[in-house]
Design a protein around this ligand. Sequence first.
Ligand SMILES: [Zn+2]
Length: 444
Amino acid sequence: MNEEAELLQSLIRNSCINDGSNNPEEIRNADMLLSVIEPTAATVDVVDAAPGRRSLIARWPGTDPSAPTLMLLGHTDVVPADATRWERDPFAAEVHDGFIWGRGSMDMLGHIATMTLAFRDLVTRGRHLPGDVVLAAVADEEALSGMGMEFLMREHSDLLAADWVLSESGGVRSGPSHEPKLNVLIAEKGAWRVAVEITAQPGHSSMPFGSESALGLAAEVVAKLGEADGLIRISDDWREVVRRGWDPRAWEVITDPERIDAVVARLPIPGARAVHGLTRMTVVPTRITTDGSWNSMSAKAVIELDVRTVAGQEWDDIAEYVHRVVGPDLSERIHLRTIAYANASRTAIDTELWQLLERSARAIVPSASLVPAIATGVTDARFMRQQGATAYGFGLYSPRIEAAEVPMMLHGDNERVDVESLALMRELWSTVFLGLAERPPHER
Ligand SMILES: [Zn+2]
């Protein structure tokens, strides 16, 4: 077993599980990565947002202050796994047929393991690049980053200064095997956690005649939202994703707001979900709580909504949509409130970093080309984009990782990565460093 595979196994076995309400103790993964970096000459900072909630930021200074700083950004926490649905123990990191099985193997402990080793190799060789190189292994990405990037941005933004950022997702092959397309995450939808509050004038549940219950009204709201199709918005990024990554003949229909739903209806399920999600704001009720008991009707109900917005859709669009969908009568009975949100974010295509990534990938897979992708979920890259950084999700997987299977594994069952992909990914980061070292002075 090689070094990157062994490091990934240890990170999986540390089981830093983050369900948003527990303490994942990312300190165990942070300290494991620290043990790799600490013996080197890099500057290392360790930040605890709360006991156990440790993030690690290492910096290898460059020689030219005007050259861009590159950050490799990864999170060390993972989402829970339901072991009863897995074919193997999600936290044992067993190896079968060249695959390491385990929660986080793709999202994104494989990334951060290979990033850490490539960073260590760079520093150990003692070669300074023109710009700084930063390795950030952060906590709490899986619960909207309050104990990770959000905390770091607020309290230690100086540690995170970077112009170019590489983070999770991307690098999966599609298209013909002799000319693979590698996806690059360029944009993410926004995520809003919204409360819909409902009040009613209930009676006793033994004499319900003529009284109402907040739960009943909430059920009507949930039913109406469930029947609605979301608020369509075709973004420029979506047009580019389709133009570069899909059959060009599909471009016209798949970017037409009037015809998009007919396309969704005809596609098989993984594709239909992606096209549906990436072309509109989705509003999904995920939870109802009430103040009722078994024998008292509820006076108050709160529905939680998971709202995912396309870039350009804001709070007013969400409120207007929900009120319109529930109709005028129910609309008067509801009050909307934001619990938390993460804005949609994007990075342009064809930047200098994009070209560096394409050159680096081609140095390893000569016939490869890059295609843009958008995520329906949020990642920590959004914090760096808000600072003005050029940020992409990228990696380099072997042909054994199939594009259609990836969405099922991420936050799903039987997540696994092959050992060859880890070696490719480590080589990719080192090749990117090499490209930075050879960056022509006129581009600086
Ligand atoms: Zn992730």
